[in-house]
Design a protein around this ligand. Structure first.
Ligand SMILES: NC(=O)c1ccc[n+]([C@@H]2O[C@H](COP(=O)([O-])OP(=O)(O)OC[C@H]3O[C@@H](n4cnc5c(N)ncnc54)[C@H](OP(=O)(O)O)[C@@H]3O)[C@@H](O)[C@H]2O)c1
Ligand SMILES: [Zn+2]
Length: 347
């Protein structure tokens, strides 16, 4: 099969299409998927290729690609509930299933968890081999590109809102709302009845966010940001802030607009900056800081059952698989609103 492979860390050009062994046959409990679309992620893909993802544990040469969608072409021994021909979305996180946290239903923070495309070969390829437990059949009216865009971000956004205790009518501020994950969170929050403020440093992205349906789009780095949020929320601030970027410049401004008893959710920090934290404000106002690493298996299932195709992800652009380098350049340039995907067979 063809795969986009890199042999050394470096700029996007290290990604090259080449012949790669087919990942067959599937082992017990595994399936082989004909990949129809695979998401391009910021930290796990761009960061791993650049050599800046400190979670990378694979060996080179390596094939990236976590969340993806396609058709099942082979099924290993003991697989139940998934058959050849099924259209599936593949979630990227593999928990051990046996540690104390997995047994108590907190497989999202399993210390032995591995990620497809990081700890093992990924789906920047025509075929992938993955545990059947990571695949969920997708609704007929959802395309593969949309399913790949939702495969991880959908369940993570669902987890953010559930764990933060979102109620209909709440104000939610999503920092970096034009990002792949941020746009999914923003649209899911809207879908669940929240009043959503999105942020972006770019005016053209703020226009796009308003067109997507958020109530207001602001620049969190601009003068007057805090006052603008207070004006929108009648002085109270927002009940939930979602922050996945980790900017030391922006963080204090987000904390300043959090309402009493509010929650800041963190699901990523690719900038890797150390943040100032106003502990006085946190405890005096009964606020929570909540880490959401990923979704539990139970929440992946709940997302597809309850939301599924009712949430359409924001799609930025698809690139042919063999233009993976161009897709990485696009993301690194900050040129996307929503998800960038690779599509095998489009060359
Ligand atoms: N926990 C999980 O399962 C999970 C899943 C997916 C993603 N993530 C995390 O979510 C974050 C976004 O990932 P993505 O793939 O969605 O990203 P993406 O689409 O590439 O978007 C990147 C975002 O980062 C913002 N940004 C870039 N440089 C910045 C800076 N110097 N200061 C402030 N903002 C900056 C951009 O905001 P502007 O609009 O202002 O340009 C843009 O919204 C990453 O930290 C990633 O690790 C976590
Ligand atoms: Zn475990």
């Amino acid at each position: 099969m063809k795969a986009a492979v890199f042999h050394e860390f470096g700029p996007p050009e290290v990604l090259r299409c080449e012949e790669w062994p087919d990942p067959v046959p599937p082992g017990p409990g595994e399936i082989v998927v004909r990949v129809r679309a695979v998401s391009v992620g910021r930290l796990l893909d761009v960061g791993t290729r650049a050599g800046t993802n400190r979670y990378f544990r694979g060996t080179l040469p390596h094939v990236l690609g976590g969340e993806h969608a396609g058709e099942v072409v082979e099924v290993g021994a003991g697989v139940q509930g998934i058959s050849v021909g099924d259209r599936v979305a593949v979630f990227n996180c593999l928990s051990c299933g046996s540690c104390g946290l997995c047994r108590e239903g907190r497989d999202d923070v399993c210390p032995a968890a591995e990620m497809i495309g990081v700890h093992r070969q990924g789906a920047y390829a025509e075929l992938s081999r993955v545990p059947a437990a990571n695949a969920t059949p997708i609704p007929d009216d959802l395309g593969f590109v949309e399913a790949a865009a939702l495969a991880l971000a959908g369940p993570v956004a669902w987890t953010q809102m559930e764990m933060a205790g979102l109620r209909s009518g709440d104000w939610v501020l999503v920092n970096g709302a034009a990002s792949a994950l941020g746009s999914t969170t923003a649209l899911l929050a809207c879908h669940l009845g929240a009043r959503v403020i999105g942020t972006s440093r770019q005016a053209w992205k703020r226009d796009a966010l308003v067109a997507l349906g958020v109530e207001a789009a602001l620049d969190a780095t601009a003068e007057g940001f805090e006052q603008a949020v207070r004006d929108l929320t009648g002085g109270a601030g927002v009940r939930i802030v979602v922050e996945d970027i980790g900017s030391a410049e922006i963080w204090p401004r987000l904390q300043a607009v959090l309402a009493r008893a509010g929650t800041i959710v963190s699901s990523g920090a690719f900038l890797g900056e150390l943040l100032p934290l106003d502990l006085r404000s946190l405890y005096q106002q009964g606020q929570r800081l909540l880490g959401v690493r990923t979704a539990t298996r139970q929440r992946v299932a709940a997302f597809w059952e309850r939301i599924g195709s009712r949430l359409r992800p924001v799609l930025d652009r698809s690139f042919p698989l063999c233009e993976a380098a161009a897709a990485h350049r696009h993301l690194e340039a900050g040129a996307n609103v929503g998800r960038v995907v690779l599509v095998p067979g489009d060359d």
